[in-house]
Design a protein around this ligand. Sequence first.
Ligand SMILES: [Zn+2]
Ligand SMILES: [Zn+2]
Length: 240
Amino acid sequence: MKVQKATIPLTIKAKLERDLLAAGRELSKAFKIYEQAEIALRTSPDCLLRPDESMQFEGMSRSFDQALGEWRRAIDLVETNPRVAERSSRGRAWRDPLDPGGLHYFVSLAGPDDLDYRTRLQQAWEREEFRLEAMEEDLAQVCGRATRNGTPCQSLGAYWPGGARKSGCTRHMTPDEKAQLSALWDEVVATIDCPGCVSRAGVACDPDKMVPVDGFFPTPKSFNGRVVHTPRLNAFASST
Ligand SMILES: [Zn+2]
Ligand SMILES: [Zn+2]
């Protein structure tokens, strides 16, 4: 059973814009501090700084200029809308936002068949939006079975491999459903390698260990004493 979506999350674009504004504010604050310190250094270097401090400051000033230069070059590069490789040489997926180093790296790997930056960015946004919607949809699948006072139960339904919460919650499932679902979860662990913690088939998930799957750290789910990473549960369903 589904309930109406409670809140509409910030769309990904609004969120990016908000992050960008926040970053811009931080940057201009940092600029001010930098400028004031530089003026202080230039006007009275001897009484403010010892020679080693002065050298350290010159070094900081150089690396600041360098970083700024890198960002400017990255922005110029983005404006030419270059082709961007989909994966790094080690298979890591392209994902925004990239720092200047990451951007240059993925551009340098791109071949003639690769998509351009803006298309990739658009796809990344759509993927993110889809992921958020799926997450929200998942959290909206409540048990719905009658509680003791007769109202529908609002707890999350139990998670079935493949992503549906089609039965009631752990408390309101029938013993048969519980046994069936426990066996399914055991079958997932027995037959599927976990992409989330790289446990091989037959080895239980290690909830403390996580590697990113498609750029995101997977969360573990639990049922009846078992703990399994979501991508492993979903891989089972897509293979059957
Ligand atoms: Zn329930
Ligand atoms: Zn796992």
